[in-house]
Design a protein around this ligand. Structure first.
Ligand code: NI
Length: 181
């Protein structure tokens, strides 16, 4: 397994709409190895999600995992999920605003409204169709990652940029308030 270089904001592949994988491509050794490498890269970063175009490959593939003990109270644990050719089948009308960051935009955090519930249709890494119903933080991460695969980043989803903050200032000014509630 190897760690992959993460593309930073400004890299054109982050703004590309990614290409769906065929079953043959998905089941090939290079793509299975890529999935393992993406999981390792996400865990090493550490992050809660990683899209293939964040590692320079314009493929419709992402991995998501939220491990216990992450640095924000609102994060429920999410088991490792591999999303192949995912598409959002349903978004709730209800939305919720919460902080997001992104491995391609290091050191920044911002408040982003997202649908509170989402249904995602995808293939798993073996090529089996799956429907994922998610709410809360899992729903947020899925929307963030699928946005990546469509060439969008969370800054595009911020209604205004006034909450944008560096991580250091986030921890100094905003995290104490949010964890005290
Ligand atoms: Ni991201």
């Amino acid at each position: 397994m190897s760690l992959l270089k993460i593309a930073a904001l400004g890299t054109p592949v982050l703004r590309m709409r990614t290409q769906e994988l065929t079953i043959e491509q998905l089941q090939s050794e290079p793509i299975q190895r890529l999935i393992d490498d993406m999981v390792a890269t996400m865990r090493d970063a550490p992050g809660v999600g990683l899209a293939a175009n964040q590692v320079y490959l314009p493929l419709r593939l992402a991995v998501v995992e939220v491990q216990a003990g992450d640095d924000q109270d609102s994060r429920e644990r999410v088991p490792l999920t591999v999303l192949v050719n995912p598409r959002i089948a349903r978004l709730s009308d209800a939305t919720e605003s919460a902080w997001e960051g992104c491995l391609s935009i290091p050191d920044l955090r911002g408040v982003v409204p997202r649908a509170t519930e989402v249904d995602v249709e995808a293939l798993d890494r073996a090529g089996n169709p799956v429907t994922i119903h998610a709410s809360g933080f899992f729903a947020r991460v899925l929307q963030h990652e699928i946005d990546h695969l469509d060439g969008y980043i969370y800054l595009d989803r911020m209604p205004d940029l006034t909450t944008l903050t560096y991580v250091k200032e986030f921890e100094r000014y905003w995290l104490p308030a949010s964890s005290a509630s």
